[in-house]
Ligand binder design. Structure first.
Ligand SMILES: Cc1cc2nc3c(=O)[nH]c(=O)nc-3n(C[C@H](O)[C@H](O)[C@H](O)COP(=O)(O)O)c2cc1C
Length: 315
């Protein structure tokens, strides 16, 4: 049986949250450069791993700088998830099971957040995985199915008792999707009631949000998803803010060019680079026209031209 000491010690308490279509190896490497304490792959179908699906296997590329790095698996069949975990464990420091995804395609199969209906089943997954692989096993959950069925504390105890090395909690229910505010009271309660590391998650968009939620909840680390979308530099800002109480403004276009270099190195598909170009240009003056132009691009050369033209006219 694994124990809490198996979870890697993080250099920084800010963690890049798994994001489908976003946290490819190039993006994760950039987040690592800017100081994230840990990276996660996007969620990966265990059955696709077992079948050896080519696109899925590409999602498992890892950069040597990514230490520690977790693979996030999902599935409804414990034997298959174990088989997938065994197939990939050498490349990763942590095996994470997604028990939080609210997307219909996933929950209709009984995977993702549907597993919150059955804490015993989550326990079975963790137990079987922890005794089958040589890496620490963690779980990412939501608060519960809906506001009448909030069971994060119960699930966290099951994870701990079944040999889980840590738990991450997004402070919303399955029903909520992304509406309302993340409930950090429940995250705090989980931290108070269990002994394995707890990673809180939800609504951290600035270094100030990060500090406030860290101090409020006492969690061991905080995962950031939307706040890092198009801005992996947020991890540097957080580190600086925790250390000095101040941080520098980001240069998103420069970050995009850094991403592009890594994306070329890792042969990230064009559609994914194009999506990123749009994300990296959210939130600045004149960005709307730039994004319209980016959406029309058919090659990375065209994207680079758009970005350069924008920089020339805005500076
Ligand atoms: C585009 C996108 C893709 C996501 N994909 C995943 C995923 O693959 N696995 C997962 O556990 N959570 C996924 N999430 C949820 C985030 O990891 C995180 O739990 C959620 O966005 C709340 O954090 P935030 O408030 O920092 O955005 C995704 C979120 C976004 C916005």
């Amino acid at each position: 049986m694994k124990s809490k000491s198996d979870f890697p010690k993080l250099k920084n308490p800010s963690v890049l949250s798994p994001m489908a279509g976003v946290t490819d190896v190039a993006f994760r490497t950039l987040a690592k450069k800017y100081g994230t304490g840990m990276t996660y792959t996007e969620f990966v179908s265990s059955s696709a791993v077992v079948r050896g699906n080519k696109d899925t296997l590409r999602m498992l590329d890892v950069d040597p700088s990514e230490k520690p790095v977790a693979v996030q698996l999902y599935g409804n069949n414990v034997e298959e998830v174990v088989e997938a975990a065994k197939a990939v464990e050498k490349k990763f420091d942590v095996i994470d099971v997604n028990c939080g995804c609210p997307v219909w395609k996933v929950i209709k199969t009984g995977a993702g957040s549907a597993m919150l209906n059955n804490p015993e089943l989550i326990g079975k997954f963790v137990n079987k995985l922890a005794s089958s692989v040589s890496r620490p096993v963690t779980v990412k959950i939501r608060l519960g199915i809906n506001d009448k069925k909030i069971n994060a504390v119960e699930v966290a105890k099951v994870v701990e008792d079944s040999g889980g090395a840590a738990i991450a909690i997004h402070g919303r229910t399955q029903k909520q999707g992304y509406s309302g505010k993340a409930n950090w009271d429940v995250i705090k309660e989980v931290k108070e009631k269990i002994n394995i590391p707890v990673i809180g998650n939800g609504d951290v968009f600035t270094p100030e949000d990060f500090k406030e939620k860290l101090e409020f909840s006492g969690v061991d680390a905080i995962m950031i998803a939307r706040g890092a979308l198009g801005n992996p530099y947020i991890f540097k800002q957080i580190t600086d803010y925790l250390k000095n109480g101040s941080y520098k403004k980001e240069n998103r276009i420069q970050q995009f060019f850094e991403y592009l270099e890594l994306a070329n190195k890792y042969k990230i598909p064009f559609y994914s680079i194009k999506l990123k170009s749009v994300a990296f240009t959210k939130g600045f003056v004149g960005g709307g026209i730039l994004r319209t132009n980016l959406n029309k691009c058919n090659s990375t050369e065209e994207i680079v031209k758009c970005m350069n033209e924008f920089t020339d006219t805005s500076s």
